[in-house]
Design a protein around this ligand. Sequence first.
Ligand code: TRP
Length: 341
Amino acid sequence: MNSTQSIGETYLTGITTTGTPHLGNYVGAIRPAIENSQNPAHRAFYFLADLHALIKCQDPARVHQSTREIAATWLALGLNTDNVIFYRQSDVPEITQLTWLLTCVTAKGLMNRAHAYKDSVQKNLDENEDPDFGINMGLFSYPILMAADILLFHGSKVPVGRDQIQHLEMARDIAQRFNFLYGEHFTLPEAVVDADTAVLQGLDGRKMSKSYNNTIPLFLPEKQLRKFINKIKTNLLEPGEPKDPDSSTVFQIWRAFASVEQTEEMRRAYANGIAWGEAKKQLFELINDQIRDARESYSALLENPAHIERTLQEGAKKARAQAEPFYARLREAVGISSLEC
Ligand code: TRP
């Protein structure tokens, strides 16, 4: 990996450590990121955003377990940690230190406009609560911590979901303000939102999401995976009756895992009235074949958390090798460095 920061793009993205990875996360974020990790042409930083997790999850066991599961998932699926710096946010103290420097140049009014915060306030108002009910300062300043994540490593391309675009705009605003006050230190990041990556539907046909409780966890034991797939909502058409693939969740998930040919074949099977039970059986087999080996590695990794920990520590070391000297420069820029020089 090239350690100078001046040339090429730097890809950087964070994964909040609440919850267990599901098929939607896999197709939408994990699979493309792991494919990219095979490409040594880019510098890339992927990290577990455990400090972000604390904003919405105050259950220590859950944050801890989720961090372990997410790390194991990425490693089991073949993340190439020679090409990508893979670390845990809380292992890089410069991130929280930078957060403060950024907090002091961020207009409160900018944070007032954040969608996530505004939605929480609106929900309170709708429910006749105090507007600030249940809102912690972490939620309010969330975009500043996220800006620090990105700016500390000169992230220039940031793959995120659509809901995060505003946070990237805020990171740019904050960077520009800092650069204006203290000199050109930060690269302005850009969101990368891939319109082609599928947003999977969940068991009930809505977007697969933890908050709808409609997910299919990625590494379920085989039997459970079959059971979950059987729970996907379908209509009441009988075997032999032609079915519409484009309004079918089973077909939509099929397409996210199948080759072009397999997708066309399934389209024909729908036209020919494939039974829902049969379509689900084939979907189970397709997914199960693709994840079988990774699932085995995943279980092995969970039984050997020391290995996961070591890998994350190595990642943190590489990350800090870049963060430390840069942060020292930033301290100097704002005037809080040693008095001897
Ligand atoms: N906020 C992001 C999310 O919920 C996770 C995240 C934290 C992140 N820090 C980041 C993503 C920095 C990209 C860059 O999806």
